[in-house]
Ligand binder design. Structure first.
Ligand SMILES: N[C@@H](CCC(=O)N[C@@H](CS)C(=O)NCC(=O)O)C(=O)O
Length: 222
């Protein structure tokens, strides 16, 4: 029996979406973020990290979205619908690169941006100008350039590839979705400069499994 522990507006949407793509039966346990935008303490009872996603498989609790994706594909995607074959060298490389890029390179920058915006939001009035100044320095000195470089690399890749692993949709698209969706939140990505990324985002959102995941776990907003 599979039980997905899902937090609203979070990476656990990836697993919800993959479970729907795989058309598996599963239980969904949903949580709401606290006022501090954290996971509720009760999640620590499910897994010591207290983060989502967590997938309970029988009596085991699996954490880390990339690992959970690989676990689900190994055990349930027996005809390799969502991962390129090992002998399809270019597709396999692209799949593996973007699967890791999402968490190792792209997400830390986006999380850093989120943390600084929360720091400003929660600063007492008196020190708000100071925290705003620090955020601006870090944003302009580091975060913005890194996020732009990342976006440019993704945009360039999608200029020649329909999906992140090449011709076919794969779990690398699922892993990358939050990266693009979060980058497109608030101000929105430039429609001309990032046309391929935005078209890809639309193709993801149009997938029936994505829509079913939204119905069950809410549209992810970042
Ligand atoms: N690298 C981990 C990151 C897990 C993670 O940080 N999850 C966030 C949600 S996107 C979380 O649970 N945050 C709540 C908290 O920090 O309290 C993964 O990909 O699963």
């Amino acid at each position: 029996m599979l039980n997905l522990h899902h937090l609203n507006n979070s990476r656990s949407f990836r697993i919800l979406w993959l479970l729907e793509e795989l058309e598996l039966e599963y239980q969904l346990t949903s949580y709401e973020r606290t006022k501090a935008y954290l996971a509720p303490e009760s999640l620590k009872k499910v897994h010591p990290l207290g983060h989502t996603p967590v997938l309970e498989v029988n009596d085991r609790a699996l954490a880390e979205s990339g690992f959970i994706i690989e676990y689900l594909l190994k055990h349930y995607d027996t005809d390799r619908q969502f991962k390129p074959a090992d002998d399809n060298e270019s597709a396999w490389e692209a799949y593996t690169f973007w699967l890791h890029f999402a968490e190792a390179t792209a997400m830390p920058q986006l999380v850093m941006r989120l943390i600084f915006s929360k720091v400003v939001e929660r600063s007492p009035m008196l020190i708000k100008p100071i925290s705003k100044g620090i955020r601006k320095q870090v944003e302009n000195g580091m975060i913005k350039n890194n996020i732009t470089n990342n976006l440019n690399l993704m945009e360039q890749h999608l200029q020649d590839n329909h999906w992140f692993a090449g011709e076919s949709f794969s779990a690398a698209d699922i892993q990358m979705h939050i990266v693009v969706a979060a980058s497109n939140a608030r101000a929105g990505l430039d429609k001309v400069r990032y046309a391929n990324l935005l078209n890809w985002l639309k193709r993801c959102q149009e997938r029936p499994a994505f829509k079913r995941a939204e119905e069950k776990g809410g549209t992810p907003e970042f």
